[in-house]
Ligand binder design. Structure first.
Ligand SMILES: [Mg+2]
Length: 373
């Protein structure tokens, strides 16, 4: 008997506090405040046959209450449906709330449910999600970002990089985009010197350069043998990114801020980057991530998903080209399990589904919840 139906969907929202306020280039240009917390939308699905799925979406600085409210409004449409028919369910929930658009908050609200359905399907098959999707590898190259924010001194960044490498993380990324570009270059030079020539090294400008600055800085950064320059320009400047991609030897990476498959199609069709950086919760879940990843693969792009390594490890493992996963330990308090890193790679956990369960701490940080059935 393969037919099953969704008995209940529990939605909850929780606030994860960060240890210290976080600053990237968007803070230095005055567009955003330092980040102190991340808000999560959690979806937990149960079925008549007793299967369970866990998914999440998230927002930084604003949008958490909106994601939760939208999910509460549309999730009822999934009750009684077969949890295996994920594409059908996604479409049904999408159209239930399509008046407010088919991107951004509306689809990010569905992402938690979509991810929970994929988790459920993989658990039902008793397979890690990567295996259910069809993995190319059982581990993925991983790099650290959280040690390299702009509020950290060069010495702190160097110390954290050493620690990350000792923990088996393979690459180091730091933020750039300070008001004084010479200070950016000093920091990059000091970190490259500290790492030596062999450690993969990336920089991330978080969209804060104009086209002229991005080209000038891209050329100046050429000597540091970077794996990529991330978000040199506004996330929606596909033409500008395409121009940089053609003119610079250092690969260009972008895509984390985009909130739909359609927006990623602009990047792919315009050859606006060498490495695409989709974020499954931001584009509406795993169903949408797989759609755009297929297009990116056909276009010959490399993949380095943004944030949420607990989800993206599986999706990266199923990409045909050797990808990178971003190592962020911020979400560790939410889950009982830890992902293993060794020899520069993150290992696919040998547990069914995403391979994570919610911790007591996550329950304690929950501020609101509802169960639909
Ligand atoms: Mg980034």
């Amino acid at each position: 008997m393969t037919h099953d139906s969704i008995r209940s969907i529990s939605l909850s929202t929780l606030t994860l506090p960060l240890e210290a306020p976080i600053s990237d280039a968007k803070v230095f240009t005055g567009r955003q405040k330092p980040m102190t917390e991340v808000v999560f939308l959690i979806a937990e699905i149960t079925t008549e046959q007793g299967h369970e799925g866990l998914g999440f979406s998230y927002s930084k600085r604003a949008g958490g209450p909106a994601q939760y409210a939208h999910a509460r409004e549309v999730a009822q449409e999934a009750i009684g449906e077969d949890p295996n028919d994920i594409a059908k369910l996604y479409t049904k929930l999408l159209w239930a709330g399509a008046s407010v658009g088919r991107s951004g908050v509306a689809t990010q609200a569905l992402a938690a449910i979509d991810i929970a359905l994929w988790d459920l399907k993989a658990k039902r098959a008793n397979l890690p999600l990567a295996k259910l999707l069809g993995a190319h590898r059982d581990s993925v190259r991983t790099y650290n970002t959280s040690g390299g924010f702009l509020h950290a001194s060069i010495e702190e960044i160097q110390e954290r990089a050493t620690r990350s490498l000792a923990e088996g993380i393979g690459g180091i990324k730091i933020k750039v985009g300070l008001p004084d570009s010479r200070e950016d270059l000093r920091r990059v030079a000091a970190v490259r010197e500290h790492l030596g020539a062999d450690v993969p090294f990336m920089v991330d400008a978080n969209q804060q350069w104009d086209r002229a600055t991005a080209l000038r800085m891209g050329r100046a950064l050429g000597e540091f043998d970077l794996v990529w320059i991330e978000e040199p320009l506004d996330a929606y400047d596909a033409a500008g990114h395409a121009d940089l991609t053609r003119r610079l030897d250092t690969p260009i990476a972008t895509g984390e801020m985009l909130a739909s498959v359609n927006e990623h199609v602009q990047l792919i069709e315009q050859r606006a980057c060498d490495i695409i950086q989709p974020d499954a919760p931001r584009v509406g879940g795993i169903t949408n991530f797989l759609r755009l990843a297929t297009l990116a693969d056909h276009a010959g792009l490399d993949l380095a998903p943004h944030f949420a390594m607990e989800i993206h490890l599986h999706l990266a493992a199923a990409y045909s080209r050797e990808p990178w996963v971003e190592h962020f330990d911020w979400l560790n308090p939410l889950f009982n399990e830890r992902l293993e890193t060794r020899d520069g790679r993150m290992l696919i956990p040998n547990r069914p589904g995403l391979g994570v369960t919610l911790s007591d701490q996550a329950r304690a940080w929950t501020t609101d919840s509802v169960t639909l059935q």
